[in-house]
Design a protein around this ligand. Structure first.
Ligand SMILES: [Mg+2]
Length: 384
């Protein structure tokens, strides 16, 4: 079976729905076609769709010349073939994020070719049921990322807390508040009110979105958050130097998290070894694909670090996170942007077409490949 075509299409909620309020921004999707008619699907988060359209296409395109005509074999061979061919280019940024999306689509294809779900091909489940949060079987637990229409102050706090309350009543088990562009007092108050709202048994995380420039302010905030049982504190500082993370990690008991924009295992090594970060958050496409995410899990296991895949995108990408989480022994949670509380028709439809969340968890997928089939009606209604 050979790769014959790389198709790109763009979907989105359209200009009337604000991505900062939960809408889906225009997002390129890739479908890899083969000589036997099997296809593989992925989306490409945070790369301008025009860049994807300009570089992924027929035999003359940047990626087409590397992949069209290739035999479909283990995705790691195809990843390595592309990577080696890019050795004299930038090896980071859009180039590797698009390689990551192609890799996810190729895993989808490879699973379909072998009639196996991707998590089994990654190595099968490598943790026991006692490592699941509840229940008697291994399952994948999404944590809900909460945003609000405004940042800072009472409007942000009450909207995020009320969203947590709604989602907890639907059975979700874990929540991440997002006090972006807020004062230290607002950060602590939002976490405190959310903890009171969801009770002691559910999981709470805090993401401040690169809010601080100095370690001592972040240490003070963490000191006040410590009694609230916070599962992790995400991106307190800009990410280009890991040293402030290491200094904060030495002075708080709250695990620090980063990595949503991390590209390749080499950046994650830096976060863990120089930054002292104990939760890393690769996106399954951005990091370089499922092939690279598996390598990142192996590096994390050797360091006792958790891998909680990031995904502030749709459930096309979320489906790939589910397969990594099924395999990974260090993944208690995956990120999830819950369509139930955001004004986004596309997010809602893509979630409804994905793996169901029941009693706050997702069952191990059974379908061959990634197992996300994009309904034609969604494509027709939201194509841009
Ligand atoms: Mg974040």
């Amino acid at each position: 079976m050979k790769i014959t075509q790389l198709e790109v299409f763009v979907i989105g909620d359209g200009p009337d729905i604000d991505p900062d309020k939960g809408g889906v921004e225009p997002i390129a999707c890739i479908r890899v076609h083969t000589s036997e008619g099997l296809t593989g699907l992925s989306e490409v988060f945070r790369i301008p769709p025009g860049v994807v359209q300009a570089t992924v296409g027929d035999r003359d395109s940047f990626f087409g010349r590397l992949l069209i005509g290739q035999e479909v074999t283990h995705p790691e061979r195809l990843w390595q073939h592309v990577w080696d061919s890019l050795m004299h280019t930038n090896r980071r940024g859009w180039e590797i994020i698009i390689l990551g999306a192609l890799d996810v689509a190729i895993w989808d294809l490879y699973g379909k070719m072998l009639g196996q779900p991707v998590w089994k091909l990654l190595g099968g489940v490598q943790r026991g049921v006692f490592q699941s949060t509840v229940g008697s079987e291994v399952e994948i637990v999404p944590y809900c990322t909460l945003v609000s229409d405004t940042w800072g102050g009472e409007a942000m706090i009450s909207q995020q807390v009320s969203r947590a309350e709604t989602l907890a009543s639907l059975g979700y088990r874990a929540f991440k508040v997002e006090p972006m562009m807020s004062t230290p007092a607002d950060v602590v108050e939002l976490a405190r009110r959310c903890r009171t709202c969801i009770g002691e048994d559910l999981t709470l995380m805090v993401d401040v979105g690169y809010l601080f420039n100095d370690v001592s302010t972040a240490v003070q905030v963490c000191r006040e958050l410590e009694p609230l049982n916070i599962a992790f504190f995400e991106t307190p500082f800009p990410v280009d130097t890991p040293e402030p993370y290491a200094k904060l990690a030495a002075r708080t008991s709250i695990p620090l998290a980063m990595g949503e924009h991390g590209v390749t295992r080499w950046e994650f090594l830096d976060m863990m070894d120089r930054g002292g970060v104990s939760v890393i958050q690769p996106y399954m496409t951005t990091c370089g694909g499922l092939t690279e995410a598996k390598r990142i899990v192996e590096l994390a296991v050797a360091r006792g670090v958790q891998v909680c895949p990031g995904n502030w995108s749709t459930q096309i990408l979320g489906a790939a996170s589910v397969h990594l989480a099924a395999y990974s022994p260090v993944t208690p949670f995956i990120e999830f942007a819950p369509a139930e509380v955001f004004e986004s028709p596309l997010r809602r439809e893509l979630q409804a077409a994905g793996f169901p969340v029941e009693n706050g968890a997702i069952k191990l997928p059974k379908h061959p490949g990634i197992g996300y089939e994009l309904p034609e009606e969604i494509l027709n209604s939201f194509r841009m």
